[in-house]
Design a protein around this ligand. Structure first.
Ligand code: SAH
Length: 254
């Protein structure tokens, strides 16, 4: 009876030892997996992800982005550099992503679509309202001569300015302020792109658009917004709603 109890006790000890070892191995393995997961992806991998993004989200049937210069810019601008590092693995997904201060970087398709609608020319001077991360400005920077961009949240403006400079987008000027008023010192602009939604099209922006220039702008409340494309012909402004969208509201300086 006593020997049997000792035998059972040893057997139990052995089993506990085995389970403990298995748990330790599992724990180390999961640590390893986590570490691998947070390893930075190489530039070559990011490049491949951008190529897939262009093929599957932008040029694919149904999305139909056709302008080769726009597709090329989208394939080259490192979107991951404009999102928090913790989100790098989602940088080339078909989604908007948070960039802090309650704001978001737009979905790649929306960036490409709005850029294509502006029909950017290498000699253009473009105004952007709503710098956010600076990503849209970086895409434009590759396509036009000069980009002027205004952001109302000062820390975002500062961060975007630093990121754009660090990445060599030297033809972009960033201003912290209320974009509703535009940037009269540098007007008129060949094109204006607005990436936050006012209730109606700000008059100062229409005034700062050159004759023949184009503006793309979301208008309306978050649950009922339309993207408008405007073209200015003298005192006449032609406008058409081209896509239902969802942008953050345009704030006004107090
Ligand atoms: N184009 C950005 C995304 C824009 S999100 C990108 O590529 O990342 C919209 C941005 O508009 C937010 O950062 C918000 O702070 C800014 N914004 C809102 N109202 C504004 C205003 N009146 N003037 C300038 N920027 C404004």
């Amino acid at each position: 009876m006593f020997r049997r109890a000792v035998y059972m006790f040893r057997w139990l000890q052995l089993m506990i030892g085995l389970v403990r070892r298995a748990l330790i191995v599992l724990f180390l393995l999961s640590l390893c997996l986590c570490a691998c997961d947070s390893q930075p992806v190489t530039e070559a991998e990011f490049f491949a992800q951008r190529k897939t993004m262009v093929e599957e989200q932008l040029a694919a049937p149904g999305r139909d982005i056709k302008n080769h210069r726009v597709l090329d810019a989208m394939a080259r601008v490192p979107r991951h550099e404009f999102v928090p590092k913790a989100l790098w693995k989602f940088a080339y997904w078909d989604e908007p992503l948070p960039i802090g201060y309650g704001q978001t970087i737009s979905q790649p398709f929306i960036v490409a679509f709005m850029t294509e609608q502006l029909d950017p020319k290498p000699t253009d001077r473009v105004l952007e309202i709503g710098t956010g991360s600076g990503y849209q400005a970086a895409v434009l920077s590759r396509l036009v001569a000069e980009v002027y961009t205004i952001e109302i949240i000062e820390p975002l403006a500062k961060r975007a300015e630093a990121d754009l400079k660090r990445l060599g987008y030297n033809n972009v000027k960033v201003l912290a302020g209320d974009g509703y008023q535009g940037w009269p010192d540098h007007a008129p602009f060949d094109a204006i792109i607005v990436t936050c939604a006012p209730d109606r099209i700000p008059q100062p922006l229409i005034e700062q658009l050159r004759d023949g220039g184009r503006m793309i702008i979301p208008v309306g409340p978050p649950d009922n917004q339309q993207l408008y494309l405007l073209q200015k012909h003298g005192i006449k402004v032609e406008q058409q709603a081209i896509l239902p969208v969802r942008f953050v509201p345009m704030k006004r300086a107090q």
